[in-house]
Each structure stands twice: as C-alpha cells, then as structure tokens.
Design a protein around this ligand. Structure first.
Ligand SMILES: [Zn+2]
Length: 92
C-alpha cells in the first residue's frame, strides 16, 4: 500500500470515528480530504469508503442515523439525509 492509499485509509477511520461521535461536520471534512488525496494521486477510493459516503454532500453515512438503507430488486439503496440516493448491487 502506498502513502496516499494509507492516508485515505486513515482519513476513512477518522471520518468513521467522527461520525460515531455525532461530529458530522468533522466527518465531512475528512471525507473531503480523502477524496482530494485520491484525486490528486489518481487512486480509486476503496469500495467501503464509497459505500459509506454521500456523493452529493460528502456526509459519512450511518444507516439509522443520517441514512436509510433499503433492499430493492437485489440492490442496496442508501438514502442520505440530503435526499441523494445511491444504489449498489447486493453482495454477501
Ligand atoms: Zn448527502
């Protein structure tokens, strides 16, 4: 794993911890930083990062708190509090 990927990993952890503490703005800040690091280094964000962040408002999503999760036609549909939906194929 290179330095940029490690940095993204660390920012993901920080975002998750901030979100768990109810610090949504701080979580969003880490999410944005991680996106910037990925962009600058032409890295793809890890799947778990993409799943738990909102593409529209950069919130770190916590199902049951600031996001709703539904299963529909073999897809997972995540709705952020900002109203944005994300669909992913359902995987075990
Ligand atoms: Zn959102």
């Amino acid at each position: 794993m290179d330095v940029a990927a490690e940095r993204i990993d660390r920012l993901h952890d920080l975002a998750r911890a901030a979100a768990a503490d109810g610090e949504d703005d701080r979580a969003r800040y880490y999410v944005r930083l991680a996106r910037r690091v990925a962009e600058r280094n032409r890295l793809t964000l890890p799947r778990s990062f993409r799943r738990f962040t909102c593409d529209s408002c950069d919130a770190y999503l916590r199902p049951g708190t600031n996001a709703r999760v539904r299963l529909q036609d073999g897809h997972v549909v995540i709705t952020c509090d900002c109203g944005s939906h994300a669909r992913y194929p359902y995987e075990q």
